[in-house]
Design a protein. Structure first.
Length: 264
């Protein structure tokens, strides 16, 4: 069935499924030719041909994908159970391929949404987990990347691509930890230098204060004797010496393969 030939005509579910399949295959061929943006366009159009074909009671998941596939059109009433399963598988492949393309064009947030939609169809899909882990890795979110990739590894324990991605996560974690240690060490050095400067300033102030204090000479007071007619019974006042008090200042102390589209 040719999409252009069918343009403007009322399409049966069977025709729409066929057109979507053809568009997906065209997208796969473009992806292999490294025409990523053109492949994205084919996959998106394939999804639009399937939109609305699945009756609401059979819509998978509880996210936006369920709403997007929920059958509000009359065509949904004519879809057989076998066709519903075919549509689900086709949409799963389309979302996985969309995620792969969005990773290629460095749009990890969109790739994560594609994987969310794929997992709404198949919660145990290793490729969806793997590609969502890759997207988190691209965002440098090592915690979420490791979580997704470990789930993918449990689902597909012999996949070397998943193990390689986990190694990349560990490398990135080490780089982030080393960078954090370097930043903390620099901050500690800065605080230490500031502490040394404060101590030096306090010592300088103390020295200046001590040097500028000149002892006051002792002052001797001589008692004056007054001759009186009666005996003087008072004792002479001894000389008093004023001695300056020195104040001492103490300074302060201181997995799937990433190059193969689905459905080939």
């Amino acid at each position: 069935i040719d999409e252009k030939t069918m343009s403007g005509k009322v399409k049966t579910p069977e025709q729409r499924i066929q057109i979507a399949t053809d568009l997906k295959n065209e997208g796969n061929a473009l992806f292999q030719q490294k025409e990523i943006k053109k492949a994205l366009d084919k996959y998106h159009r394939a999804f639009l041909y399937l939109k609305g074909l699945v009756p609401e009671k059979n819509a998978p998941g509880a996210n936006n994908f369920a709403a997007s596939l929920a059958g509000s059109s009359q065509a949904a009433n004519n879809v057989s159970p076998a066709q519903i399963e075919e549509i689900k598988k086709l949409n799963l492949a389309i979302f996985l391929n969309l995620a792969m393309c969005h990773l290629k064009v460095e749009r990890p947030d969109t790739a994560i949404k594609d994987c969310d939609n794929a997992l709404a169809i198949d919660a145990n899909n290793a490729k969806a987990r793997f590609r969502r882990g890759q997207a988190y890795l691209a965002k440098r979110d090592t915690e979420r990347a490791a979580a997704e990739l470990n789930i993918a590894l449990k689902l597909s324990p012999n996949d070397p691509a998943i193990r390689d991605a986990l190694r990349q996560v560990r490398v990135l974690e080490k780089q982030q930890n080393d960078r954090q240690k370097k930043t903390l060490a620099g901050l500690f050095d800065k605080l230490s230098k500031e502490g040394e400067q404060d101590t030096s300033s306090a010592t300088t102030t103390t020295t200046t204060t001590t040097t500028s204090t000149t002892p006051t000479p002792a002052t001797t007071t001589t008692a004056t004797t007054t001759t009186q007619s009666t005996p003087d019974t008072s004792e002479p006042t001894p000389s008093t010496t004023s001695v300056p008090v020195a104040t001492e200042t103490t300074p302060m102390e201181t997995t799937p393969t990433t190059t193969t589209p689905e459905g080939q």
